[in-house]
Design a protein around this ligand. Sequence first.
Ligand SMILES: Nc1ncnc2c1ncn2[C@@H]1O[C@H](COP(=O)(O)OP(=O)(O)OP(=O)(O)O)[C@@H](O)[C@H]1O
Length: 306
Amino acid sequence: MLKVENLTFSYNKTPVLKDISFKVEQGENLAVIGESGSGKSTLLNLLYGEFDLNKGHVFWKETEILGPKYNLVVGYDFMKYVSQEFDLMPFITVEENIGKHLSNFFPDEKKERTVELLEVVELTEFAKTKVKTLSGGQKQRVALARALAKQPEIVLLDEPFSHIDNFQKQSLRRNVYRYLKDKNITCIVATHDKEDVLGFADRMIVLNNNKIVVNDSPETLYKKPKTGLIASFFGEFNLISGEIIYAHQLKVVEKSSVKATVIQSYFKGHYYLIEANLDEQKVFFEHDTQLKNYQIVYLLIKKSTL
Ligand SMILES: Nc1ncnc2c1ncn2[C@@H]1O[C@H](COP(=O)(O)OP(=O)(O)OP(=O)(O)O)[C@@H](O)[C@H]1O
């Protein structure tokens, strides 16, 4: 289990994280979300032992994770970190990068593990390609595979699919998260993308103003977002009489006491997102078809559609 107790950290005099405490079980997937600059990457760096804490402790099982003041070499064998800088070896091939830290005393296992990981990150056909010639997204996939090669007990992933195109993102995500669950590897992922969370994360923590504002299951937070910040992570929402109402919970009906004027329709694939004016307030709702600008519509809140 990872145990974080009262973690507090500032860069010079600027506080970034204050009194952060949480636990993650073996094999659990925890998502860390928060606005840009809220300290997600800093938290992962601290969990890895990259910096010294101002206050608090981080433990993986019985081992205390210590920073550079106490450790000559940053990092621990049981933990791997895939940061936003991939830190690969450019002049050797993809498979050599993945197998770099695997023992040559067990050549069959090394080969087997490399083949398995090339499949997980969908890079089998690039096995013999030199890393320097790869695209940003392909490098990110090599970095993921390399982190998993030695089967760590815990991985820290910072925006792990940010450089990967939408075409491959979905299947890659499923492969990687399934692999981590199958091998019972604890995963902490910092992300801006709800697709990394829904269907994969067991719990999520939200950072805001240097603190953890919530720590709960994605399902609970989606259904009962306590703040606009949490709701905005899941989708477009409205604040109506102080209540958070997602755009898909507002429906056009024949008649109601809520009258709005359409401003603009945005094509979103299987629906249109409609922007409208409601008593000087902007509201968003989803609709099957495009609506005319300035058209009057009547709206109803359907909470059962959650
Ligand atoms: N090396 C550094 N020195 C000084 N300040 C830093 C350093 N790295 C980050 N910061 C500051 O610390 C705060 C948290 O940054 P951090 O990168 O952890 O946020 P983040 O939530 O990961 O952001 P993003 O989502 O944009 O990656 C920011 O205000 C940032 O400017």
